[in-house]
Design a protein around this ligand. Structure first.
Ligand SMILES: [Zn+2]
Length: 366
């Protein structure tokens, strides 16, 4: 590694591009798999999110670019910690691509590329077009005579068709608030919390619960799904896995990540600032108390999940723990009433099942 020579061809970084996109393009242009290239560079595994200055120096030598030109590629994705960063997929690609950006790049005779922001687990939309990223899991970065293209399983380049799916306002709001908190900005008056660090910590605590799906049930986050084919590819955690935090989203689809963001928005926004279909249909925005989304979450979680959440309440600030406690108590009370009713019904049925003595017959032959 000490005698590095420049590679035969090195693309220049595109404005807004992330390090994962540029290094993947550098590799594929030189006939190397992105995963193998990252391994060779020492940029895989633990060092992937915050490349060391040595990795950047090697990349600069390989690409004949000044190190200063590579710094903006890193800055965009370095704001969040390791657990919040997307892990590379099996092909060594990391992040998510905007179909419109890729279509525009192809029209300008450039390679397909993706942003540094998309390397964050809770970033799901293009900063320019606000449409949903395409996950890189199904895409292959392929050389074509016109440049590199992210190819779909149908062998069509990404962005060739109408693929820019609109995103819900609740998803965009939560995404923007989290991104702002990573930069130290207060979320603003529309949120139940004002301290950036507290909001990020609350996201870590609550995310497992919005994804929690007791056996045979859908997760709370699924109630926020706006795409057709509802119920397909639903991801859920068991109650015992609720405490894994944001990292539990690793490997999950952009759709699942959008649903989780919308669910978090319901729990973290002031009721008066709630947006989206779910908030309107349920009346959470106009209810007389602020427990609505927490009540729904407590019902979704079931008894086991509620017990887990109750154990995590001390990690939540009072503005969230208050409505959560009240909602858990409401759900437990409802459960107790239902249980008592069930017991009474079972007893009543048992009384009806007692047969009159005269009706009793021994089986034939005894
Ligand atoms: Zn875009």
């Amino acid at each position: 590694m000490s005698h590095l020579k420049p590679l035969p061809y090195a693309p220049r970084p595109i404005r807004g591009e992330g390090l994962a996109s540029w290094t993947a393009r550098l590799a594929v242009h030189n006939f190397v798999e992105p995963a193998a290239f990252a391994e060779w560079m020492g940029a895989a595994g633990k060092a992937r999110e915050t490349p060391t200055s040595e990795v950047l120096r090697r990349l600069a030598v390989l690409s004949r670019l000044p190190v200063e030109d590579l710094a903006p590629l890193v800055a965009s994705s370095a704001s969040s910690g390791r657990a919040w960063q997307v892990a590379p997929n099996a092909s060594g690609l990391r992040g998510g691509a905007c179909p419109v950006c890729c279509r525009e790049a192809a029209e300008a005779h450039q390679d397909h590329w993706w942003t540094g922001e998309s390397e964050d687990l809770l970033r799901v939309s293009c900063p320019r077009h606000r449409c949903r990223f395409a996950g890189l899991g199904q895409l292959i970065l392929t050389r074509t005579p016109q440049g590199l293209r992210l190819m779909l399983p149908s062998n069509q380049p990404l962005g060739a068709g109408r693929t820019n799916e609109p995103l819900e306002a609740s998803v965009l709001e939560m995404e923007a608030a989290i991104a702002g908190c990573h930069l130290g900005h207060s979320p603003g008056s529309g949120w139940r919390l004002q301290c950036p660090a507290t909001l990020l910590r609350s996201v870590e605590v609550l995310i497992g619960y919005v994804l929690c799906a007791p056996v045979g049930c859908l997760p709370f986050a699924q109630a926020f799904d706006t795409l057709e084919s509802k119920g397909r590819d639903v991801f859920g955690l068991t109650p015992a896995m609720c405490r894994r935090g944001v990292a539990s989203l690793q490997g999950q689809s952009i759709r699942t990540r959008c649903n989780a963001l919308a669910a978090l928005q319901a729990l973290l926004a002031q009721p008066s600032a709630l947006v989206g279909e779910a908030a309107e249909e349920t009346g959470w925005r106009t209810a007389s108390d602020d427990r609505g989304p927490y009540r729904a979450l407590a019902e979704y979680l079931g008894r086991e999940g509620r017990a887990e959440l109750a154990g995590d309440l001390e990690d939540l600030p009072p503005a969230l723990a208050g409505p959560a406690i009240a909602a858990i108590e409401d759900a437990e009370l409802d459960h107790a009433i239902l249980s008592r009713r069930r017991v009474r019904r079972r007893r009543a049925r048992a009384r009806c099942d007692v047969r009159p003595a005269g009706d009793y017959r021994l089986p034939a032959g005894r």
